[in-house]
Design a protein around this ligand. Sequence first.
Ligand code: ATP
Ligand code: MG
Length: 655
Amino acid sequence: MSSQIDHLLDETRSFPPSADFAASAVAKPELYERAAADREGFWGEQARELLHWHKPFTNVLDWSAPPFAKWFDDGELNVAYNCLDRHVEAGNGDRVALLWEGEPGDERRITYAELTDEVKRVANVLAGYGVGHGDRVAIYLPMIPEAVASMLAVARLGAIHSVVFGGFSADSLRSRIDDAGAKVVITADGGYRKGRVSALKPAVDQALSDRGDGEQQTVEHVLVVKRGENEVDWVEGRDHWWHEAVPAASADHEAQAFPAENPLFILYTSGTTGKPKGILHTSGGYLTQAAYTHRNVFDLKPESDVFWCTADIGWVTGHSYVTYGPLANGATQVLYEGTPDTPHPGRWWEIIQKYGVTIFYTAPTAIRSFMKTGRAVPQKFDLSSIRLLGSVGEPINPEAWMWYREVIGAGETPIVDTWWQTETGAIMVSALPGVTAAKPGSAQVPLPGISIDVVDETGSEVGNGNGGLLVITEPWPAMLRGIWGDPERYKETYWEKFEDQGYYFAGDGARLDADGDLWLLGRVDDVMNVSGHRLSTAEIESSLVAHEATAEAAVVGASDETTGQAVVAFVIIKESYLAEHDPAGLATQLRQWVGEQIGAIARPRDVYIVGELPKTRSGKIMRRLLRDVAEGREVGDTTTLADTAVMSIISAQVK
Ligand code: ATP
Ligand code: MG
């Protein structure tokens, strides 16, 4: 990407940590030195400090058969014991683990002692269904405490969970159940979304029925939480109510130790670029890095903080920063069932005010949607408890970063922009609060213990001031151990491109600025080539979002007879702008704006003003679908799209 334009690099704002924050910060600058001096020794220390090992390990890393890594291989632990029992045994049983808020406003406070009890009962119920070491359990639940308890109960038994996002259809659920060969499904009658009950159990029934001749059914039992109170069909012998089975089970259950490399979960990627992949994670290394990053990146003080990660447990962020990281660290956290704007657009801010949330972690897509409705909404609430903000999922445009800091963070809260993937299991690149001076729009530096580089197509370092491909150059504890059932695809997808160097290829483009800080430029598949110039989606989108009219933008390259590819932009306008301006002529203005800000080469050929953008269920923009529209093709696979109607609306707006 040598001829790429340096627009994002014009961003010169930088916010050093305050002296106060730095003085009491969990992460100290020495962490970088310790990790650099002895990387494996450093991870060994983290694993011993942060976790309880039933049997201590002596080997940190076995990389004798790359790309298949083993971490802490001869050690043994129980993941659920680490997240629950040990906190109770240490005298913290009365600490609140979950501050749960249902969408209709009902609430539950669950302490570590109560959650431990519940998980033991669920483990006994599942064991009664024959679930044991290595068996797979599918979890298809709303964001209710039972979702977290189910994950931990499966982990406690040394079994493997596959959480399927509750918004997915019966077909998606079925393919995930079949791929994993699940023995049990845990679901609910329904859950609250957008002000009404959205049914779940019928999708499970459908996923488990109408099989073709000879097609094997692996599911023997379905455990059903009563949440929506909606009517459900019942299969006697197969279906069991949670509220009958769980309270009746014993709360005695001793956590058995399992090897560090025991599989913990399978989780499918978001499907932003194509068909989702079933990513496999194991126990000891995963939990070490989840706990380490949660503690250091979020500056966690478990006695006083109230943490809130808004991700659904159906995504990796919900695995690592709702269930495993926070509970391993003994944190108190908010869990919210519903959508951000139900029953009113200030719902999230109301929850922050109500529970005194101190650390808030969300996605750029959410931040940009709040920018669209305007700052008046959050400003009605007291957000003064917040002391740290985080972002994950997509590049955060500098304008959105500034809005987040000013409006949600009172103009002074540190922001950590965290880069990672389902495959990496935990955060890889981020500022450390109290240590790093933050630059809006940059994910900044690899965490201590993580080795990242930006290379060209041949695998050579591009050096500061240049762009290229993001690679991970050394194995890391929470790395995926494979794609479920498909070791060849694992090698091909991530390791073949830089086989000689032994680098993991992340699929993302990035640039190093003059200080060596990382700027994510979007997916390599989305990079545009205009008259021989390689342009990144993130740069042009950031420029569009920097215009006062724009709330959100997506940019794609569409084939063009003269330039090879041409830039085509899809833009959502802020409501506040529309209230005061006539949008006529805005497309022309925006084309000129990008031309002035970046250069004539980046000026979009077309700017389409649209009402919505196509997003995955995890909120990421699916540019490949917009490319189909821009090139006048039939729209491709939309199965992981949040709202399938969006594409026909956009197509109509474009015509
Ligand atoms: P699929 O792999 O199926 O296309 P996906 O990549 O969207 O789906 P995830 O694992 O949920 O699935 O997302 C990881 C990707 O999200 C990263 O590779 C990167 O493109 C993007 N991402 C995550 N965090 C950041 C961040 N802080 N800055 C920039 N990009 C980010
Ligand atoms: Mg991906």
